[in-house]
Design a protein around this ligand. Sequence first.
Ligand code: HT7
Ligand code: ZN
Length: 855
Amino acid sequence: PATIRREDYRPPDWFIPEIELDFQLGLERTVVRSKLDVRRSKSAKYDAPLILNGDDLLPVNVLVDGKKWNEWKLEEGNLTLPLTGAAHIVEIEVELDPSTNTQLMGLYGSNGMLCTQCEAEGFRRITFFADRPDVLSRYKVRMEGDKQAFPILLCNGDKVEEGEAEGGRHWAQWNDPWPKPSYLFALVAGDLVANSDSFTTRSGKEVELNIWVRDGDLPRTGHAMQALKDSMRWDEEVYGREYDLGLFNIVAVSDFNMGAMENKGLNVFNSRYILADPEVATDADFDGIEGVVAHEYFHNWSGNRVTCRDWFQLSLKEGFTVFRDQSFSADMSSAALKRIEDVRILRAAQFPEDAGPLAHPIRPESYQEISNFYTATVYNKGAEIIRMMHSMMGAENFRKGTDLYFDRHDGEAATCEDFVVSMEDGGGIDLTQFRVWYRTPGTPRVSAKLSHNPQTGTATLELKQSIAAGGAKPGPSEMVIPLRTALLNPETGEHDGEQLLILDKAEQSFTFEGQNDHPVLSINRGFSAPIILENSRTAEELAFLSSHDDDPFARFEAMQQLMTGYLTAQITGTPADRDIILQAIGAVLADENIDRAFLAEIILLPTEAFLGDQMVEVDPQAIHDAREKLRGKIGVQFERKFRRLYKQCVPGEFSLSAEARADRKLRNVTLGYIAASQVEDAAEIAYDQYCDANNMTAMQGALGVLSHLDAEERGHAFESFYTRFKDNALVLDKWFTMQAMSQRSDTIKRVDALSRHPDFTLANPNRVRALYGAFAGNQVRFHDPSGRGYAMIADMVIALDPQNPQTAARFIPQLGRWRRYERGRSELMRLALEKIAATSNLSKDVAEQVSKSLA
Ligand code: HT7
Ligand code: ZN
């Protein structure tokens, strides 16, 4: 496949300021007629032809300026028209069969409804068009369809007219006043009902809000609606951004490749990010809904009003919007827990990407298939880059910068560079060197050494930065790394205030006066920079920080580092002190002032995947064994305390209050430790929890524990769960997931059997991710030394690719990490990749990921 390079960007030869679309809708046959007002760019050559992208389309009819036109050519799917004038009206008719669109890009059928997904390049599967984000058009759309099959007809903007048509059909005319790129186009037709509400903007405009779902799902839309209203208010208060239409529609669909899509005025969501009530959704699900609803809403400004010039600038809207949704969620609940969770995601998804064959800068230099670049790097590392600007500038100047950015570029297709320049001009900061982050892949490593001179009462901090091989590019490569730092009194844990140190050289030292005792270093507080901090502190210092640091993230992090240090030593057969961990855990368990949710977080062991990322060569079985051994020891050591806490956290009436959520969380974590201590009644306690549960968090916690056990309660619970929830697709996904995550040795066999279960289908991405996504994340079972886990994923990718290449390609990175594993597994992973590579007619999506993984 061809490689597209950032440096090759050229502005469009033709603009299309106006487009009219007419849809005659049908699940098996939809006719699309378009009328484009095309204008040659002043900078284009006089004979530059009009090239309209198409993917799997055939023009039925082409007119230019009202006359039938036969001089078109189809080249690689694109329609080329050799036009000579400066402006023309081009009309094109195409026919689609949405029922065969299994890629879920363009116009497709889902549960009897019709819906669209156009980002990044789906609009070209609906009609021929300049399908690039720097061509902005005003859309007028008429849609017509059978009234019974599609009683609700939705599109972007405002509905300006509607009426009845012959043969039981009806129609609606939608106009969107805001020029937009084609990737923000959306249309939905179906039998839907709405949870309707309204929002008054701060300037007094009334906005109608609707969340459209299938009939029975209406009672599960309340949380999403509240999240939407909270987001609208928050964006006004924190960024001064108001909504700009009289209507905001959200539609939930069950077949969707990603989480949701920010189409102008008509967001389309994966139903898992809309539907929730306590019986079917966990607390994490509720949080996911709040975060994704906010994310899509925030795109109205960061993405829609100011969009991207080209897809290399994707992080301009995605990194910034993730930062915005993270800040929103932090403001809505606990900022500390949110930060811990965000960093966990970054480390689980982005750090490995940055350390592997698919590493790329947040602003990539090239791609073959843009869908492969909706990555944790572009999204989550992108958000970290914005967060660092925020830390360095302070909230007030940051806001001045974003105000200027929105003012300057409103209605434009902008670049990352435009954003940085606005932040410099508006926020009064020089970001010259900071720009290195935009072009450099890889996670920087920072070593920190603190020394103390009792004679002078000074402490000196020596910092060094480096970046893993393959990460650094020639040229100035030092990153600007803002490190929130405090020096803690070694007795009391107190300090004289935190400082923001800016590390912008390869090596740098900072001196602190007035330090009579050797202080304890608290650094990268709040995870102020997305770096790997190389072991800079002793186990004793880490234990001290885990009970004294006043920055909750740093406190959590100290415990994680303490546990990680011990476990990595165990795995490699190096002696290490376990007692200090037990003491540290004992100290937090004895802390009467500790927040319960934070306690649940801080006593968790690092994940097996994270531990693997710390190893030179990964042996998943050795990691699993060492971790389980420590879990067991902690369970035994504190069994009485865990049982007491477990009882104290007995749930009352369900509530989403912070206290109730903390209790549910701590109850599940303590249950996990009680089971890890291998006491006889563990299965019984878990089963009782399952039976008594009045909410999904408790149920899932219980099933999660039972899933690993060899007890009859396990079978009963899973059967009862299936019977109760088999008609709820989102809950059934959990049933598949929990079995695929089981640590039992028969898990591969079980996953194989589940792939033939009548409720399993490759046609639904949520189901595929529920079973295979969960299994590929199950370190000890996916990495079975036989290689059967790898073969299973490879076979699934080969089967799924012809139907849904985007979803198939998302499984390649798991195998792509083959170089990190011990020899036996490494070779088997490589062979699985080779098998995929040898498959004929691979999609561009899978081919790009596989070839890069093998290179
Ligand atoms: N901006 C949206 C991206 C998206 C997408 C991309 C490729 C294929 C399918 C997709 N569905 C949604 C999601 C977001 O970041 O808000
Ligand atoms: Zn987004």
